[in-house]
Design a binder for this molecule. Structure first.
Ligand code: ADP
Length: 661
């Protein structure tokens, strides 16, 4: 076994790999970009080396800097994690050249599976079933459109070099094919530097089931069962589980054999995943990921194995620790990915500071993999995942219950997350009944994404009492004199005087009138009176009771904005300061701002251009997709503030725009 390992990654996966390496007595080396000097993975490792500026292509994707860090540190092996360079044949080769063991398959196997088209051709020869489609060399529009017609609509256009759902377009009918093809090719070219695509029959009610495989250098290959990853948004996984509900032993065996055959066909070594799409009784090969997957913990939970340990042992030349017939699975495991993203806005990634981040207390059978701490930021440069929460149970219901209970204990404020969405999903009756396919989220969108419900009395009381508690803790005259929270003009500690706290929740105004009563308050919330009190709990939550009913809530604030987070939902309230006069009204319709952090892909207009309502003005590219900024009305482009390639933060003014009146 190696004595020193460099982890060429960041975030939760770097932390995950470091944990196992440490357990095996291997010294760990972290690398970090300028944005990550204070990151958790750096703090966890035994040593750390800077590798460049924040943008990934100048740091985590810079092969030269990584090799240099390995050489400086004396690391004998390099673990690529997932994403970044984990499926880059050149990186694996550069490691080999430098005499560093790459913890992964040989470069040839990475390359063979790197192109979805080439991989499909290879699998066809190995007798692995494929989705009907076209993965040939012809790339002109006429040939591809003809192939789509032969395959039969609806079809899916996929980037051959694809990953992360980029360059993928569903096409329902022939007359929209050309536009979808152009857009897929553009996205593929910018994401992968390769605009080749393939065409597949688009299955309408499939499940995504993948097989975890492992191979060693001694000719042994096996699988560690399957994971069902059908719960997806934007064709990207968000909840995964093992075993796959409803998969019978016969199909599991057939899928396992196909996966092992796929791995053998490319001379595979290490951990890999063979992804299948299944519909009815049939299953088809989609692609092979030549690395560890994000969702590997569910396999660990049911098999009791440490997949990173296996990777390291195999990389060190050991044989697979078990034979196929010795691998056993027990119980059920489910993983939910907690992301900084806004489900209500089509799951767009969000960035910002994790002003408050409290995870559930450690519990048996509840695992949390994370790479961030309270106070860290989710930046535009990297993946917006905050944590993976994994629960195990004797059966599926037990696992789901544990997972939901764990997620409910999360307290995150400072940015929007998908937590409340995940809870609704996990508790949805159709999900509980295993009645799902990859269209689940789309199908139940209205139930999974209901309009925000108004803050209940406990939440309003929490926001108000937190404010009053902080004021009294600050005492008169102390604290920040400019903070509205420390203003005491209306406050007298006697008689029947009261304090009105006005809150804006969206368009609605809410009023809390607080009468001081010794240790407690009489609270009139939107006119309804109750006896209220609040107490800080050791974990930072505020225990609020109204007429004796006690609820623990987290209250976090930035300026006048207060976020209240409870077990099932979160609310955002704006404190209306009676003394502040709000003057800066946003000039209506005068600006077009970025709906998400991202990169400007295309600028389609210049200053002075007269445009029609709905005309595309700019194309933004964020982590997983293209987003078009269109003219809100007929008018004139006054100014364009960005050029292609520029990075923009959420809310940045992209284009100044005027309408004739
Ligand atoms: P990427 O590598 O970009 O993530 P994949 O090929 O793994 O793309 O596909 C991602 C997801 O898209 C799959 O999990 C599945 O939900 C959906 N998908 C892929 N191919 C098909 C298909 N032929 N029909 C229907 N859905 C598909």
């Amino acid at each position: 076994m190696f004595s020193k390992l460099l982890v060429a990654n960041r975030g939760e996966i770097a932390c995950r790999v470091i944990r196992t390496a440490r357990a095996l007595g291997i010294r760990t080396v972290a690398v970090y970009s300028a944005a990550d000097a204070g990151a958790l993975h750096v703090a966890m490792a035994d040593e750390a080396y800077p590798i460049g500026p924040a943008p990934a292509r100048e740091s985590y994707l810079n092969i030269g800097r990584l090799i240099e860090a390995a050489e400086r540190s004396g690391a004998e092996a390099m673990h690529p994690g997932y994403g970044f360079l984990s499926e880059n044949g050149d990186f694996a080769e550069a490691c080999a050249k430098a005499g560093i063991v790459f913890v992964g398959p040989p470069p040839a196997a990475i390359r063979a599976m790197g192109s979805k088209a080439a991989a499909k051709a290879l699998m066809e020869r190995a007798g692995v079933p494929l989705v009907p489609g076209y993965h040939g060399a012809a790339q002109d529009e006429t040939s591809l459109a003809a192939a789509a017609l032969r395959v039969g609509y609806p079809v899916l256009i996929k980037a051959s070099a694809g990953g992360g759902g980029k360059g993928m377009r569903v096409v329902e009918a022939p007359w929209t094919f050309a536009a979808a093809l152009a857009s897929a090719k553009r996205e593929a070219a910018s994401a992968f530097g390769d605009d080749r695509v393939l065409i597949e029959k688009y299955l309408t009610r499939p499940r995504h089931i993948e097989m975890q495989v492992f191979a060693d250098r001694h000719g042994n290959t096996l699988h560690l069962f399957e994971r069902d990853c059908s719960i997806q948004r934007r064709h990207q996984k968000v909840v995964e589980e093992a075993p796959a509900p409803g998969l019978d032993a016969e199909r599991r065996r057939a899928m396992g054999e196909a996966a092992v055959a796929a791995a053998r066909a490319v001379g595979y070594v290490g951990a890999g995943t063979v992804e299948f799409i299944a519909e009815g009784g049939a299953f088809y090969f989609m692609e092979m990921n030549t690395r560890l997957q994000v969702e590997h913990p569910v396999t660990e939970a049911i098999t009791g194995l440490d997949l990173v340990e296996w990777q390291l042992r195999i990389a060190a030349g050991e044989a697979l620790p078990l034979r196929q017939e010795e691998v056993a699975a027990r119980g059920h495991a489910v993983e939910a990915r907690l992301y900084a993203e806004d489900p209500a806005r089509d799951f767009l990634p969000v960035t910002g500071g994790l002003r408050r981040l409290r995870a559930p207390a450690p519990a048996p059978d509840l695992r949390i993999d994370t790479g961030v701490r309270e106070g860290d930021a989710v930046s535009v440069h990297y993946d917006p995942m905050i944590a993976k929460v994994i629960a195990w149970g004797e059966d599926r219901n037990a696992a789901l219950r544990r997972l939901a209970a764990g997620l409910a204990r999360y307290r995150i404020a400072g940015l929007t997350t998908n937590r409340d969405f995940l809870l609704r999903l996990l508790r949805h009756p159709a999900f509980a009944a295993c009645a799902y396919d990859t269209g689940f989220i789309e199908h139940y969108r209205a139930e999974l994404l209901p309009p925000p419900s108004p803050a209940p009395p406990h939440a309003l009381a929490a926001a108000s009492l937190a404010l009053l508690l902080d004021e009294s803790a600050a005492g008169s005259g102390s604290g920040d004199p400019h903070s509205p929270w420390h203003r005491r003009d209306f406050w007298r500690l006697n008689g029947d005087t009261y304090r009105d706290l006005r809150w804006a929740e969206g368009e609605t105004q809410r009023l809390v009138r607080a009468y001081y009563r010794g240790e407690r308050y009489r609270l009139e919330i939107d006119g309804a009176a109750s006896d209220g009190g609040a107490m800080r709990l050791p974990d930072g939550d505020l225990a609020v009771d109204l007429d004796g009913v006690r609820v623990a809530l987290a209250v976090s604030r930035l300026g006048d904005e207060v976020t209240v987070v409870g077990d099932d939902a979160s609310w955002r309230l704006l404190y209306i300061d009676p003394l502040a006069h709000r003057t800066e009204e946003e000039a209506a319709g005068g600006r077009l701002s970025a709906p998400m952090p991202g990169k400007v892909a295309q600028v389609l207009v210049t200053s002075g251009a007269r445009v029609k309502r709905g005309q595309a003005l700019m194309v933004l590219e964020a982590m997983k997709m293209e987003h078009t900024i269109a003219a809100p009305a007929d008018g004139t482009v006054e100014r364009v503030d960005y050029a292609p390639g520029d990075l923009v933060e959420e809310g940045a003014e992209l284009i100044a725009f005027s309408t004739p009146d």
